[in-house]
Design a binder for this molecule. Structure first.
Ligand SMILES: Nc1nc2c(ncn2[C@@H]2O[C@H](COP(=O)(O)OP(=O)(O)OP(=O)(O)O)[C@@H](O)[C@H]2O)c(=O)[nH]1
Length: 370
């Protein structure tokens, strides 16, 4: 029996087995087997197709993947938001069906990738689908683009990404596995787990663990437990842009809103745009900025004053140390202390060390050894 048939059999058996306490461990084993076999199949497929990193280079301060069905208006949006047309040629995406553009906002360079081949090619690795997915996996944010008349496409898009190990709008599961030399499997949990200990152990055994301490820090179901054990899923935030809003009459809007609500998308959170008429694009850009969690740091350079034009772009939570690293050069070794003025500082010119957490629109001066 080939791998594909084995996968099909496992999927059938999982679908046919009712889920309850007495079948839980069994289903856990089946799902684990399934996950391992899918992994193997994928390795075989990428092995024959060259595989590897596909040479997709990240440019700019952050990367956003634009994901949607054909003809929803992705390229129209990309052209409206970015300098795509003028710079397309300078990127190394030759064999890939991916079109990059650079969105400049608040001094940051945000790379936007139009990945048109996702739906046509992705299932089962046909054409460039797998390669396109590897691009989506490395994005910092996914923008789902649907048209006002086809909100249901959202389901297919999410499903396609899920199948390809992309987990949306969620943090990695708090499952920690520490291998040891002997004494079998031990399960520790800081919450009162719904899953039986025996189920957790059978899942682990199925993934090849014989001796290990497992710590679980949240209420996980089987799928999330397996995600935690497999440890090769990408966790990416997403937003929804509803395009062609220019085409709807006001009395159709409630229909669109209820279609969104059916899919757990708050209509207030979805961004209605018209790529063609360039409406709603400022709102979309602002949301992209917020979701990426970028912050602007204005560097105060000795003798040159504060540079408000080209801020250093960092992430929320980043520290002075991260700033030094991004600045490059020899700042790292020569660092003595820094002075910060702005939202993260207690007072102007506060003297801080490397571990000081910066905030949007801080002014930072690094004092370095000669
Ligand atoms: N009315 C209206 N038409 C739009 C809008 N955005 C795009 N279109 C039209 O929809 C069609 C498809 O737009 P594209 O930008 O080529 O769509 P795409 O998603 O890039 O499609 P593929 O290239 O097939 O992947 C074009 O005829 C656009 O002019 C919009 O906001 N409103």
């Amino acid at each position: 029996m080939g791998l594909e048939e084995e996968i099909q059999e496992l999927e059938d058996e999982i679908a046919d087995t009712p889920y309850n306490k007495s079948t839980e461990a069994h289903i856990g084993r089946l799902k684990s087997k399934l996950a391992e076999k899918k992994e193997k199949l994928e390795q075989q497929q990428s092995g024959s197709g060259g595989g590897g990193g596909y040479g997709v280079e990240k440019h700019g301060d952050a990367t956003v993947a634009l994901v949607g069905f054909p003809s929803v208006g992705k390229s129209t949006l990309l052209n409206a938001l970015t300098n795509a047309e003028s710079e397309t040629g300078s990127y190394e995406f030759t064999t890939l069906d991916v079109y990059p553009g650079m969105l400049k906002h608040k001094g940051a360079n945000i790379q936007i990738l139009d990945v048109p081949g996702l739906i046509e090619g992705a299932a089962g690795g046909r054409g460039g689908g797998k390669e396109v997915l590897s691009v989506v996996r490395t994005a910092d944010l996914i923008v789902f683009m649907v048209s006002v008349f086809e909100i249901d496409q959202y389901d297919r898009l999410r499903e396609e990404l899920y199948k390809n190990k992309i987990r949306l709008d969620t943090e990695p599961p708090r499952v920690n596995i520490r291998k040891k030399a002997k004494d079998g499997l031990t399960v520790n949990s800081s919450v009162d787990l719904d899953l039986d200990e025996e189920t957790v152990k059978s899942v682990l055994r199925e993934h090849g663990y014989v001796n290990a301490d497992v710590t679980i820090g949240e209420q996980v179901d089987l799928d999330r437990l397996i995600d935690g054990v497999m440890d090769n899923r990408e966790y990416v935030p997403s937003i929804v842009a509803v395009n062609k809003a220019d085409l709807i009459e006001p009395d159709y809007l409630p229909t669109v809103e209820s279609e969104l609500e059916e899919r757990d998308i708050d209509p207030e959170e979805a961004i209605f745009i018209s790529a063609e008429e360039e409406k709603g694009l400022d709102g979309l850009t602002e949301r992209i900025w917020d979701e990426l969690g970028l912050i602007r740091i204005y560097m105060d350079k000795p003798g040159r004053g504060v540079d408000y034009e080209e801020p250093l772009i960092l992430r929320e939570g980043d520290t002075v140390d991260d700033a030094c690293r991004k600045l490059g050069g020899s700042f790292d070794e020569r660092f003595r202390f820094a002075r910060v003025t702005g939202p993260s500082a207690k007072h102007d010119e506060q003297q801080v060390g490397r571990d000081h957490e910066l905030a949007d629109e801080d002014v930072l001066r690094i004092v370095a050894r000669k």
